[in-house]
Design a protein around this ligand. Structure first.
Ligand code: AMP
Length: 299
């Protein structure tokens, strides 16, 4: 079992119509590794400043997350600020302070180099090559994107899509990359660019998984109280890849179950600000929600 997540470990300032939070813990690597920790022992590669709370690092370790690849550097931790509208699927980035993340050239510790699954979370696609060259022979490479890289590094992004196995995008990103308004056509067009699996997330409506010869739809948990949608995408990826790492298989059935676990983990992430919902979350609650999904979709 070995899943490496290379991503941001951050402070987020979140503004929603229901309340605000200043500089709470977030980051793609944080959400993804917490979600994956219910299935495997994820490894994290990232960088934080000296201002990052030790007790959060202790919390991540207590979930079995290996932080050998997380550097603590002099300076401030990456800070992102986002604002949500009444419709939780609509979010605007207010500011991004890269801080110590600016010069981040991820070095993969020797103990991580033989990992089976590599996840490149929200990274500048120009850095993928350097990162991947440090791994021996990963069985699966997955990536996702944020709008910033689609707008500013399009060429590099398209090139990287040609060499990853799994691509996670949300509906807006899928449309932006392909120019297709229809999500089915967009998903298929993305699969033609290279990845053997494309996961298009549709916020509160769930996700579509495009394989070589199948399309699978998974619902989002019907949440009535979305507190903070931040991290839903990363938590989906964490549940999905964590489950695939645990099962060590890749049949269409495994992929479908992975997508349901992805949706389960995303549904927890949005029930509180930041990583709050993961604090008291145990394995039984995860399995109970998985069973609820089955009930919800069996007919
Ligand atoms: P998600 O809601 O799953 O799309 O991801 C939100 C997380 O991405 C937040 O916790 C942010 O800290 C992180 N994030 C936002 N912008 C960037 C960026 N440019 N690079 C890396 N991580 C980012």
């Amino acid at each position: 079992m070995s899943l490496v997540i290379i991503g941001s470990v951050a402070f987020d300032t979140i503004r929603t119509p229901w309340g605000d939070r200043e500089k709470i813990v977030g980051g793609s690597g944080t959400y993804c590794s917490l979600a994956a920790s219910y299935f495997t022992r994820p490894r994290v590669v990232g960088v934080v400043g000296r201002d990052f709370p030790r007790k959060t690092l202790a919390l991540l370790r207590s979930r079995g997350i290996d932080l050998a690849g997380l550097k603590v550097k002099a300076g401030k931790t990456f800070h992102w600020e986002g604002k949500y509208e009444e419709d939780p699927n609509r979010r605007t980035t207010v500011r991004t302070d890269l801080n110590v993340f600016a010069g981040f050239r991820p070095e993969i510790p020797a103990s991580f180099r033989g990992s089976r699954i590599v996840y490149l979370a929200n990274l500048n696609p120009e850095h993928h090559e350097f990162i991947l060259s440090q791994f021996r022979r990963p069985a699966l490479v997955a990536m996702d994107t944020i709008r910033l890289w689609i707008d500013t590094k399009r060429e590099a992004l398209l090139k990287e899509l040609g060499r990853v196995d799994i691509y996670f995008a949300n509906d807006e990103e899928a449309r932006l990359v392909t120019g297709e308004a229809n999500l089915i056509l967009a998903g298929k067009a993305l699969a033609r660019l290279g990845p053997s699996l494309v996961v298009v997330k549709k916020g509160e409506h769930g996700a579509l998984v495009f394989g070589r010869d199948f399309v699978f739809g998974v619902l989002a948990h019907p949440s009535e109280h979305v507190i903070d949608p931040t991290g839903a995408g990363d938590s989906f990826a964490g549940g999905f890849l964590g489950y695939l790492d645990k099962t060590a298989a890749l049949s269409a059935r495994d992929v479908r179950r992975a997508a349901v676990y992805g949706s389960v983990m995303a549904s927890f992430a949005i029930e509180d600000f930041g990583i709050g919902r993961f604090l008291g979350l145990d394995q039984d609650l995860v399995e109970a929600r998985f069973r609820q999904f089955r009930k919800l979709t069996t007919f």
